[in-house]
Design a protein around this ligand. Structure first.
Ligand SMILES: [Zn+2]
Ligand SMILES: [Zn+2]
Length: 159
């Protein structure tokens, strides 16, 4: 609420160029698709950062393994246009940009109030450090990541 009031005030006083400065002050990270049609800022730390080795993430990203960061939806503010969505299974909505094709992330109906972004869309990716591996059961045999992080055969968060 405070942020919105601040933005409205600044917008009316100085025009749109000043809005990004107020966003920089209060958000801790931001993100965008390749073309910038989908943009967001986050106002809290990710509560979950994980590798995902599942085959569905491979399809969605084209990469051998995905890394995603989970945020509370009410700590994310969108500034661009809505993402296009695709349901790989009824509960899971994959988000992507219909213009540049960037995979953005996903939302799972079984995890309400949460949104998971692939770290590729975040501006400050080095701040977001994986805590664990999920879906090791579907890991590619030739992919070896040498770390001591916890490894989960399937979901890392109970559904
Ligand atoms: Zn885009
Ligand atoms: Zn996955």
């Amino acid at each position: 609420m405070f942020i919105e009031v601040l933005q409205l005030g600044v917008q009316s006083l100085f025009g749109s160029n000043w809005i990004d400065m107020t966003e920089d002050i209060v958000s801790i990270n931001s993100g965008r698709c390749r073309c910038g049609k989908y943009r967001f800022r986050v106002f809290g730390e990710p509560f979950w950062v994980s590798y995902c080795h599942c085959s569905d993430c491979r399809k969605a990203t084209g990469a051998p393994v995905a890394v995603f960061a989970g945020f509370k939806s009410d700590e994310v503010k969108l500034f661009g246009e809505k993402a296009t969505t695709y349901k790989s299974i009824p509960e899971v909505k994959r988000l992507f940009c219909s213009r540049c094709g960037t995979p953005i992330g996903y939302q799972d109906a079984r995890l309400p109030g949460e949104i998971y972004y692939y770290i590729g869309v975040l501006e400050e990716q080095s701040k977001v450090v994986p805590q664990l591996h999920a879906w090791i059961s579907e890991r590619l045999d030739w992919l070896s990541i040498a770390d001591d992080l916890p490894r989960y055969q399937h979901f890392s968060r109970p559904r």
